[in-house]
Write a protein that binds this ligand. Sequence first.
Ligand code: DCP
Ligand code: MG
Length: 396
Amino acid sequence: MAALKAGNTERHRFSIVFYLSSCRFPGRIFLLSLTSPVHRKIIHIDMDAFYASVEQRDFPEYRGKPLIVGGPPEGRGGVVATASYEARKFGVRSAMPSKTAQRLCPQALFVYPRFDAYKAVSNSIHEILHRYADIIEPLSLDEAYLDVTKDKQHIGSALEIAKRIKQAIKDELQLTASAGVSINKFVAKIASDMNKPDGLTFIGPSRIEAFMEQLAIEKFFGVGKVTAARMKAIGLHTGSDLKKLPEDELIRQFGKPGKFYYRIVRGIDNREVQPYRETKSISVEDTYQEDLTTREAMWAELETLTLRLADRLQRHDMKGRTITVKFKFHDFTIITRSQSLPELINDKENLAVAVKTILDKAPVDKKKVRLLGVGVSNFKTSDAKSGNTQLDLFQI
Ligand code: DCP
Ligand code: MG
């Protein structure tokens, strides 16, 4: 109910700004500057007990029962990936040894994860999200941020968008998601966790500071277990404790992240929602202390780079058809030379042949090379991996 009320406030604000910006009189700019700053609208979506809910959906015999997805409790090393809410009542949690989980909840059923099924559901969730937003940042299979400042479907309020997304997930996938709605990523994420399962929580700008003050310090973004322990040791338990420290003191105590803590405890988080970009190329490069002046020296370095590239391609399970070598010279000019092959490759032998062929033809005589790079592009679409992996890309 509180969430709905807050939602109306938000819609109200939206309509005032809209009205003012559509007025055609000279005072318009002045009036606009009187309105509160235009905030971003961020939604964080997180599926409830994701793996377990998919299992309960697909196997009716698991419904309403304590279900644990993960390694079996017999034998060593089995851990809980997740547990149904029925099992959580007994204290079962993700990452707990399965043996412990069984002790806490002897009647629980254990099942192995079915990653392909979860991946397929995740794809369907993203298809739904894309109906409502273009700027989407997936965090994992079951979690994503959306920037809905641009209201793709002209729905009018971020809260209403979140409601529709939840409903679509329920209707089309028979699963529940929890959503948090706010003006930045951090608050939206905290909000999505507040009323799980099937939650919908809106935290508007006016409530943020008070909300941060009561938050336990380990909940703050960037505060891991170690930092939390250090904070507690100096008497910092909640946001309001943290807020009492001036910025320079936080930096003195915690180094550079202190600056971030200072802002986040005041609800300031300017991190952008970073949409997934399809990986177009994978490359590696090195800058050299001393310029390379002979083809032999360049080849020696290119061979090393080729090994690194092959390793990286194989780790990402990607193969490409176009090999590119980048040369940066002493005067900072850059040239690239490419070769396209009939086949997709990612093995070091074939890559090395292509790289050597490119080097042999490259105009590098009497040149001083300060940086070399090797990259692969032109991936077969079905081989391209999704995800937000930060790869070392250079423009080819
Ligand atoms: N997961 C895992 N190991 C962990 C944590 C999670 O394998 N230590 C997997 C199983 C989860 C999925 O990732 O189902 C999503 O993780 P969440 O943290 O979002 O947890 P759930 O979706 O299971 O539950 P919640 O309702 O708390 O979001
Ligand atoms: Mg989840």
